[in-house]
Design a protein around this ligand. Structure first.
Ligand SMILES: Nc1ncnc2c1ncn2[C@@H]1O[C@H](COP(=O)(O)OP(=O)(O)O)[C@@H](O)[C@H]1O
Ligand SMILES: [Mg+2]
Length: 254
């Protein structure tokens, strides 16, 4: 029996397919209507809303700006009031569709804002994750959110790499930092955009990380992305099967 909530963070170099894989995973997990899923776009470069077919109206950054404005205007005088209004703002920022809720971190402007938004995101995850069965976090590229312990609540780390040495090196660093800073012990690596079995065998032989699966290059993913279409409209295909197998392996790993 899986503990609840299962919180999966998707991490890796930019462009390796984190957002695509997050969206496919959300699609797969939300197929069972009895499950409650929260999808979080934690990448300030934003993008997860497109393959999920969701329109973002309010982000974590907007919530933060609202709060600052209210504090400046003296509208919120005590901490209880502030927390109450934060809860309200948060629920108004959740985009909901059937058993799926979505939240985006947004793109903070100005220096020093991003770490504050990350701190707020961490509190939000802590506050609301318990209302869901699965939380999928599409992380920013690199290790910043891991090293700042934004991912502290994460139960499973899904590392994504392409065939490049750069991609493979970054996931090794992320895994190490995640273990040291966030005590995340369960992690699995997916090799994405693979050309063929020969390439899969070659890259797998070069990593010591636990590999939970490999996904071949698929023009359908690229085309849907190009058109900004929802991945919920994709017909079942090999990529979805490959991802399903990988996620099952990750979730059943000790
Ligand atoms: N398995 C795949 N086959 C073909 N194209 C893919 C695959 N996975 C991702 N892509 C493409 O690679 C690009 C980067 O993917 P994306 O998910 O945005 O990466 P990230 O979120 O890691 O930056 C997109 O154009 C996407 O369509
Ligand atoms: Mg992305």
């Amino acid at each position: 029996m899986q503990e609840k909530p299962v919180i999966i963070a998707v991490c890796g170099k930019g462009g390796v397919g984190k957002t695509s894989i997050s969206a496919l995973m959300v699609r797969m997990l939300s197929e069972d209507p009895s499950r409650k899923i929260l999808a979080i776009d934690a990448d300030p470069a934003v993008g997860l809303s497109f393959p999920l077919g969701i329109t973002v109206k309010k982000t974590v950054d907007d919530i933060r700006n609202d709060l600052i404005r209210r504090l400046k205007n003296g509208e919120e005088s005590n901490k209880d009031e502030l927390i109450k209004s934060l809860d309200y703002e948060l629920f108004s920022a959740l985009e909901e569709r059937e058993n799926l809720a979505f939240l985006a971190i947004g793109r903070p402007e100005g220096d020093g804002c991003y770490c504050q938004v990350n701190a707020l995101l961490k509190d939000i995850i802590r506050g609301i994750a318990g209302n869901f069965d699965y939380v999928i976090i599409d992380g920013e590229a690199g290790v910043e959110q891991i090293s700042r312990r934004v991912m502290e609540m994460v139960t499973h780390l899904l590392l994504v790499s392409d065939a490049s040495l750069k991609g493979r090196t970054i996931v090794e660093t992320i895994k190490q930092v995640a273990r040291e800073k966030c005590a995340i012990n369960r992690s699995g690596l997916i090799f994405n955009k693979m050309r063929n079995q020969e390439e899969i065998d070659a890259v797998q032989a070069k990593t010591k990380l636990f590999t939970c699966g490999a996904i071949l290059e698929n023009d359908m993913i690229r085309n849907f992305d190009r058109e900004g279409r929802s991945f919920f409209d994709l017909h079942d295909n090999d990529t979805i099967t490959q991802l399903n197998t990988a996620i099952k392996t990750l979730l059943s790993s000790a």
